[in-house]
Design a protein around this ligand. Structure first.
Ligand code: HXC
Length: 518
C-alpha cells in the first residue's frame, strides 16, 4: 500500500481543525442551547452538497492591540462561501458563536466583505447569518473599522443584489446595524435578540431593568419596533423561510424575479368576493381574505405581519410571477395610515421597485390618523415618504379601491397621477376628499344650523352627499379611475394588466439621487 503524501495529510488535518471552530466543548454548548452550528446552518440553507467554503484558514492578526493570550482559530469566527439555493447561486456567511461568541474582528470582517463583493460583482443574493456578541473587544478599533467596511457594502449593494439577514442568536451592538441595512430580517422565537446596548448598560444609564427577550427578542421586533420582517418557530423554520423569500426575488436589479409554473387558473372568478364588502360602510371586513382570494392560491408571504397591522405588505404570485402586495386592513383601526404604517409601506414599495417587482395596491383607508401625537411625531414627513416611494417607483403599478379612499389616503395609495399604470375600483368604492359626515358638516353648516331639527337635517344632508359623491363613478367620469369592475373579476383583470405592463419602460430626470423624507 502506498503511503499518503504528508502534505495532503496536513491539508486534511487543517480542514478538520477549521471544521472544529471553537472546539468540541463549545459546539456541545451551542447544541445544548438548542442552536445549530454555523456549518449546520449553511448545510440546511444550501441545496445538498453545493456549498463551497472560502478562506477557511484565515486567522486573526497576531500583533498589538491583541492580547497574546487570546486563542487563535482557523476561519476567525465566520464561515463564508457560496452555493445553490433552489438551483440559483447565492453567497453567504455564517458567524460561528463557538469562536469568541461570533464577535467581529478585522479578519472576520475581511472575509464577510469579500463575500459581499463577489456577490455584488456576480449579481447574486447575499445571506448573512448573525450569531454574534458584536465588535470583538480585543481588536479595538480594527473591529469597529471592520463593521464600517461591512456597513459601507450593505449600503452600496442595497438595490443591487437582495440581502437577507437571519438572526440566529445574539445580534448585539455593531452587529445589529448590518441587518438593519439589508432587505429582510428573519428572527427566531426565543432564540434571537437584537439590540444596540444590552440590559447591563441600560440599567447603568437609565436605571431600566429589562432582560434580553423583552429588550430585543423576536416578539419585540416583530410587533413593536418593526425591525423583523419574518419570525420563525425554530432555526429550521427560519432557513426554510429564507429559501422561500429568495424564491420571490430576482438575483439582482437587472433581472426579473423567477416565474414559477402557475398552479392556479388565471381567469378564476371568485363569486364570494362580490359579497365581501358589507352594505353598511362602517362595518369592517378582512382585507387579508380578499388578497388570498385574488392572488395565486397560498402564494402570499406576508412581511411585518404583526407590526402596524392597519397596513399589509408582502410578496405573492399572480399567474406564477412575483408581485408586491400593499393594502390597508380595514378591520384594524379602520385601515387609517399612521406613522408606523407609512414606514412599513414606504420601505416595501422601494424594495419592490429595486428588484423589478410589480406593485399591486388594495386601497381602503379613511385617511391619515388624526391626533396631536401623530402630528408632533412627524406624520407629515412619514406620510410624504409613501408619496415619494410610489411616485418614484418605475415598476408596473396597479391599484384597486375596494371601499374608502378619502383625501390623503386616496392620493398617497398609488393613485393614478402619482404614476399608477392601471387603476380599478369596485362598485363599493368611495373616492372623496373626506367622509360624508365631515363633508356635510362643512358644506352645509349654515343649512344645518338654521334647521329646526339639526340632527335630522345633518343626517339627511350626509345621506344626500353619500348618494351623490361616495361611489366610484364620479372618479371614473373624471378619468381618475380606469375601470369599475366587479370584485370577482379582479384576479383576471390584474393578471391581464400585469401581463400588458411587463415590458414597461419609463425614463426619469437625470440626478445623483433623490432626497427621500424619512
Ligand atoms: C470578544 C466576546 C464578545 C465580544 C462575547 N465574547 N462577546 N469576545 N468580544 N464582543 C466571547 C466570550 O468571552 C466567550 O468566550 C464567548 O464569546 C461566549 O460568550 P458568553 O458570554 O459566554 O455567552 P453567552 O452567555 O451566551 O452571552 C452572549 C452575549 C454576551 C450576550 C453576546 O457574551 C455579551 O453580552 N457580549 C457582549 C455584547 C456587547 O455588549 N457587544 C457590544 C460590543 S460594542 P469564551 O472564550 O468563553 O468562549 C459594539 C459596538 C460596535 O459592537 C459599533 C459599530 C457601529
Amino acid at each position: 500500500m502506498t503511503q499518503e503524501d504528508p502534505r495532503i495529510l496536513k491539508l486534511r488535518e487543517m480542514r478538520a481543525k477549521a471544521r472544529q471552530g471553537g472546539g468540541e466543548n463549545r459546539i456541545a454548548k451551542q447544541h445544548e442551547k438548542g442552536k445549530l452550528t454555523a456549518r449546520e446552518r449553511l448545510d440546511q440553507l444550501f441545496d445538498p452538497g453545493t456549498f463551497q467554503e472560502m478562506e477557511a484558514f484565515i486567522t486573526r492578526r497576531n500583533d498589538p492591540p491583541l492580547n497574546e493570550s487570546t486563542e487563535t482559530f482557523l476561519g476567525d469566527g465566520v464561515i463564508t462561501g457560496y452555493g445553490q439555493v433552489n438551483g440559483r447561486t447565492v453567497f453567504a456567511y455564517a458567524q460561528d458563536f463557538t469562536v469568541m461568541g461570533g464577535a467581529l474582528g478585522e479578519m472576520q470582517s475581511h472575509k464577510i466583505c469579500r463575500i459581499m463583493d463577489l456577490a455584488a460583482q456576480n449579481g447574486s443574493p447575499i445571506i448573512g447569518m448573525i450569531d454574534s456578541g458584536g465588535a470583538r473587544i480585543q481588536e479595538g478599533v480594527r473591529s469597529l473599522g471592520g463593521y464600517a467596511r461591512i456597513f459601507k457594502r450593505n449600503s452600496l449593494y442595497s438595490g443591487v443584489v437582495p440581502q437577507i439577514s437571519l438572526i440566529l442568536g445574539p445580534c448585539a451592538g455593531g452587529a445589529a446595524y448590518s441587518p438593519a441595512l439589508t432587505d429582510l430580517i428573519i428572527m427566531v422565537e426565543k432564540q434571537s435578540y437584537m439590540f444596540l446596548t444590552g440590559p447591563e448598560v441600560i440599567k447603568s444609564v437609565t436605571g431600566e431593568m429589562v432582560d434580553f427577550e423583552n429588550l430585543g427578542g423576536a416578539a419585540v421586533h416583530l410587533t413593536t419596533s418593526g425591525t423583523a420582517h419574518l419570525v420563525a418557530r425554530d432555526e429550521g423554520d427560519a432557513l426554510t423561510l429564507c429559501r422561500n423569500a429568495l424564491s420571490y426575488l430576482p438575483n439582482n436589479n437587472v433581472e426579473n424575479p423567477p416565474v414559477i409554473a402557475p398552479a392556479d387558473d388565471p381567469l378564476r372568478m371568485d363569486k364570494d368576493l362580490n359579497q365581501i364588502i358589507p352594505q353598511d360602510t362602517s362595518m369592517p371586513y378582512n382585507m387579508h381574505e380578499i388578497i388570498q382570494r385574488v392572488v395565486d392560491r397560498s402564494s402570499l408571504l406576508e412581511l411585518q405581519s404583526a407590526f402596524a397591522q392597519n397596513a399589509i405588505i408582502g410578496f405573492a404570485r399572480m399567474n406564477g410571477s412575483t408581485v408586491g402586495i400593499v393594502a390597508q386592513e380595514p378591520s384594524v383601526i379602520a385601515g387609517v395610515i399612521d406613522i408606523d404604517a407609512a414606514d412599513k409601506i414606504c420601505r416595501f414599495v422601494r424594495l419592490c421597485d429595486c428588484f423589478n417587482i410589480p406593485l399591486v395596491t388594495f386601497v381602503d383607508s379613511p385617511g391619515f390618523l388624526p391626533g396631536v401625537n401623530q402630528e408632533h411625531r412627524g406624520i407629515i414627513r412619514h406620510g410624504a415618504k409613501v408619496l415619494y416611494a410610489y411616485a418614484n417607483a418605475t415598476v408596473p403599478k396597479v391599484s384597486i379601491v375596494t371601499r374608502k379612499a378619502y383625501g390623503g389616503a386616496y392620493v398617497v395609495m398609488s393613485s393614478k397621477y402619482l404614476g399608477t399604470d392601471m387603476t380599478y375600483a369596485w362598485p363599493s368604492a368611495e373616492i372623496a376628499v373626506m367622509g360624508p359626515e365631515g363633508a356635510a358638516n362643512i358644506l352645509y353648516r349654515k343649512q344645518i344650523e338654521d334647521a329646526e331639527d339639526k340632527e335630522a337635517e345633518r343626517k339627511k344632508l350626509t345621506e344626500q352627499f353619500r348618494a351623490q359623491f361616495l361611489n366610484p363613478y364620479a372618479a371614473a367620469q373624471a378619468g381618475y379611475i380606469d375601470e369599475v369592475i366587479e370584485p370577482c373579476e379582479t384576479r383576471a383583470k390584474l393578471i391581464a394588466a400585469l401581463s400588458a405592463l411587463r415590458e414597461k419602460q419609463v425614463s426619469t430626470p437625470n440626478r445623483k439621487h433623490g432626497n427621500i423624507p424619512v
